[in-house]
Write a protein that binds this ligand. Structure first.
Ligand SMILES: [Zn+2]
Length: 288
């Protein structure tokens, strides 16, 4: 079973934005809930810059991100700008942590090299029309690959083998009891990409554990990823945090807010003279 931090641990929460575009009001709402929960628990809030995606990452967005967060009223006690006991807080500078986690998984025989392209997976997937915007279930094509059959220079993804049929349960702080079945709701997933970049699932687990995060507050689009991540916590023998997923914000026509909603970026709202207080009041939040 997955182990959890004990209840007398000092609360540690995090904001983990990715600087691939301007932050929008939906991010701000989720982050605000995270900040409120940290405050209510007299905890520490950290800011982690999730800048691993080098192709999409732009330096100008990092400074914009920090400015927009401060303008909106966010205050963090540890982060890339102010340091802290778990520095560095930029994922780009933490590759050695992720590599150590990868080596642990490899040593335990829990991952395998996968040479499938996205197209291969789409055409062979067991459930090609998966229920939502999540990735298709991996069909298992490379499950029996061993690393020794590849040249060291070969390009492949490292994929984590899930325990088919196992039910992963957790109690979400907002949505209550959750259950996902490995191999049915999600399949083997990538932990290290062929372009030598750690995948989101591995990096976030390694960081949340290393930074001693006790509760992860994030958007409801990541509920299923929590099941994947719980398998990684167990595989790495790390204590898992508690989880609190927030309902996603939609625009007037019911479409989920995304970075393309430029008018709802914090930057545009700020430039248009909006006040953070008024924006927050419109949410009618009940974060606790
Ligand atoms: Zn494969």
């Amino acid at each position: 079973m997955v182990t959890h931090h004990t209840s007398n641990t000092q609360y540690r929460g995090r904001l983990a934005p990715s600087p691939t575009g301007l932050l929008h009001l939906g991010h701000a709402r989720t982050f605000w809930i995270a900040q409120e929960r940290a405050r209510a628990n007299r905890g520490t809030l950290i800011l982690r810059n999730e800048d691993l995606d080098a192709q999409r990452f732009k330096l100008e967005f990092v400074s914009a991100m920090l400015e927009d967060l401060r303008w909106f009223g966010f205050e963090w006690q540890e982060g890339p700008d102010c340091g802290g006991p778990f520095a560095p807080y930029n994922q780009n500078e933490r590759i050695h942590f992720y590599r150590a986690a990868l080596e642990k998984l490899r040593g335990r025989g829990l991952i395998y090299p996968c040479t499938c392209s996205r197209k291969d997976i789409r055409s062979a997937a067991r459930a090609p029309h998966a229920t939502d915007d999540d990735e298709p279930i991996y069909p298992g094509t490379c499950r029996n690959n061993s690393a020794s059959t590849f040249e060291p220079s070969a390009r492949f993804n490292w994929r984590f083998r899930v325990s088919d049929g196992e039910t992963i349960s957790f109690t979400d702080g907002h949505f209550g009891p959750q259950q996902f079945v490995a191999g049915k709701d999600f399949g083997d997933f990538v932990v290290w990409r062929h372009d030598d970049v750690p995948a989101y699932q591995l990096a976030v687990v390694a960081d949340d554990a290393a930074m001693q995060i006790t509760e992860v507050v994030r958007g409801a689009d990541l509920l299923k990823s929590t099941a994947r991540q719980l398998l990684l916590y167990r595989a790495l023998n790390l204590p898992a945090p508690a989880f609190f997923h927030c309902p996603l914000m939609t625009d007037d026509s019911g479409v989920r807010l995304a970075k393309r909603h430029d008018a709802l970026s914090l930057r545009s709202l700020h430039e248009g003279g909006a006040s953070p207080e008024t924006l927050r009041q419109s949410w009618c939040l009940e974060p606790r």
